[in-house]
Design a protein around this ligand. Structure first.
Ligand SMILES: NC(=O)c1ccc[n+]([C@@H]2O[C@H](COP(=O)([O-])OP(=O)(O)OC[C@H]3O[C@@H](n4cnc5c(N)ncnc54)[C@H](OP(=O)(O)O)[C@@H]3O)[C@@H](O)[C@H]2O)c1
Length: 257
């Protein structure tokens, strides 16, 4: 197993939910952490909790991934404290559920800046140092909703941006593999977090929701495979996924009826 003790990982969206779970997994492998999210109080609490539990160094940096200056500050703070970033786990994300014609126009920008541009910009800010050190692992949290085509109704802006992110991640692997950099997409199914708690329908049957455990196992796998292997995509979806059935209802209504 790859020895990860003393490596440094930046984790966005780390204050709660999937990001917090993955940060804890990384810490359990001896990785020092730079944790990012907007809400400073919860972020600090999470950082203290992980540091005490896993005895690694944890730096909390308040950061809004939609703002380029915040992303630059995040990378600078990581380098000031640890001199490097070996691993980037991009997880900060928002979701919303609307019939497209009712979706507020500002919502498109928020989704695009958080769930797509935030990821791509942060990768661009760390990549040249990873290339220089000939080592790097990038993990992007995509979504199990990209596995269905067409993407789920009422989530088409969210899901199509995740489709774009998934395509970007794969392309990035091919472009960077000769530099020793791994790029992995994790595609989680519907998981019991604050994000799904805010969505209608999806969580009406809570027995269908996954806990973050499967994603923790996936991230541990991605980080510990042998050096000459890259798990390109890991899909971990619900055994009884809520996505597939409601995508195209069996009886589709004709618009004229
Ligand atoms: N839950 C699911 O079913 C599911 C399924 C597939 C994929 N995903 C993806 O998994 C990721 C995490 O989702 P989650 O379910 O763990 O959500 P969550 O529990 O709501 O946590 C979201 C995290 O992202 C942070 N965040 C949100 N907007 C941010 C911004 N602009 N800048 C920096 N941090 C920001 C939040 O902290 P602050 O609010 O304090 O900033 C929080 O730490 C998302 O990319 C989501 O699309 C989730």
């Amino acid at each position: 197993m790859t020895d990860l003790k003393g490596k440094v990982a930046i984790v966005t969206g780390a204050s709660r939910g999937i990001g917090k779970a993955m940060a804890s997994t990384a810490a359990s492998l001896g990785i020092n952490l730079v944790l990012a999210a907007r809400g400073e109080g919860l972020l600090k609490e999470t950082a203290d909790e992980i540091a005490a539990k896993f005895k690694v160094e944890v730096l909390a940096v308040p950061c809004d991934v939609t703002k380029l200056a915040d992303l630059e500050n995040l990378v600078n703070k990581a380098k000031e404290k640890f001199t490097k970033a070996d691993i980037l786990i991009n997880c900060a994300g928002v979701s919303s559920q609307y019939p497209f014609q009712e979706q507020p126009i500002e919502d498109f920008e928020k989704l695009a800046h958080t769930n797509y541009l935030g990821y791509v910009r942060l990768i661009r800010l760390v990549i040249n140092d990873m290339i220089k050190q000939k080592y790097g692992a990038i993990i992007n949290i995509v979504s199990g909703s990209t596995l269905v085509d067409p993407v789920p109704r009422n989530f088409i802006v969210y899901s199509s941006l995740k489709v774009g992110l998934r395509a970007f991640s794969k392309g990035l692997f091919w472009e960077l593999r000769d530099h020793g950099i791994k790029v992995t997409s994790i595609l989680p199914g519907v998981t019991d977090t604050d994000l799904t708690g805010k969505l209608k329908d999806v969580t009406s049957d809570t027995s269908r929701l996954m806990s973050t455990q499967a994603i923790e196992d996936a991230v541990r796998f991605a980080l510990t495979v042998p050096a000459n292997v890259c798990p390109l995509e890991i899909s971990v979806i619900n055994q009884q996924t809520p996505w597939t059935a409601p995508v195209i209802p069996f009886k589709q209504q004709h618009p004229g009826k």
